[in-house]
Design a protein around this ligand. Structure first.
Ligand code: PGA
Length: 255
């Protein structure tokens, strides 16, 4: 827990399209010890759909949370190949990633769809981890803040204050994801501060202070400490390094 803000840090592993069921059990075994020691922070993993049930079983008796990487907007119906939030809840998820940049990029997910998926997640009793972030082109054109502002405004449009307070936001500059390029702590803090100021409009001043804003994009064992030291960075959404239990354990234990 961070004394000055009351927000608990959250370290989330996004496994993307990796991990069979045996690999899932091994990955969870490999971070149990670090997670058990991290009493003042939250830890969760987001395996692929096919490994969620295995993960749920492996997580029994731990404090590690379970997230899915995506959901459909409807609770059920003729949507071949899709998965409903209610199904994720049923399998043991407490969280779901929404609007990851890879889904925005490869599956044409828009802010409007993100907005609907947030509703679907909340309706199913899942905490949405809403991803936003600018591309390299947008950053080079000095458009970072307008882009993330638009993602927040359109993604959260019309949500109640209470709903917004229940979200986790993940700032993930697209140019830093899977590229080995991390935003500097100062670049990340600038974006996080702007996001928190904007969230005041949606959740009120105290509400905005309570919302966790994670940083994502090439978070590694050797850069996590400096990132987490920034006042508005409340945790990390970790891709590549979450598939290495030594690295992710060190990230969980950041100082
Ligand atoms: P990365 O991915 O840590 O591999 O850059 C982060 C993410 O996509 O959530």
């Amino acid at each position: 827990m961070r004394k000055s803000t009351g927000r608990r840090f959250l370290l989330a592993g996004n496994w993307k399209m990796h991990a069979t069921r045996p690999e899932t059990t091994a990955l969870i075994d490999g971070i149990k010890e670090a997670a058990a020691k991290a009493r003042d922070r939250d830890v969760l993993v987001a395996p692929p759909f096919t490994a969620l049930e295995t993960a749920a079983r492996a997580l029994v008796g731990t404090t590690i949370g379970l997230a899915a990487q995506n959901l459909h907007t409807e609770p059920k119906g003729a949507f071949t190949g899709e998965i409903a939030g209610e199904m994720l809840k049923d399998v043991g998820c407490g969280w779901v990633i929404v609007g990851h940049s890879e889904r925005r990029q490869y599956c044409n997910e828009t802010n409007e769809l993100v907005r609907l998926k947030i509703d679907a997640a909340l309706r199913a009793g899942l905490t949405p981890i809403v991803c936003i972030g600018e591309t390299l082109r947008e950053r080079e054109a000095d458009n970072t803040l307008p882009v993330i502002e638009r993602q927040v405004r359109e993604g959260l449009a019309g949500l109640s204050r209470d709903a917004v307070k229940n979200l986790v936001i993940a700032y993930e500059p697209v140019w830093a994801i899977g590229t080995g390029k991390t935003a500097t702590p100062e670049q990340a803090e600038e974006a996080h501060g702007a996001i928190r100021r904007l969230l005041r409009e949606f959740a009120g001043e105290t509400g905005a202070e309570s919302i966790r804003i994670l940083y994502g994009g090439s978070v590694k064992a050797d850069n996590v400490d400096a990132l987490m030291a920034q006042p508005n960075i409340d945790g990390a959404l970790v891709g590549g390094a979450s598939l290495d239990t030594t690295a992710f354990s060190r990230i969980i234990a950041f100082q």
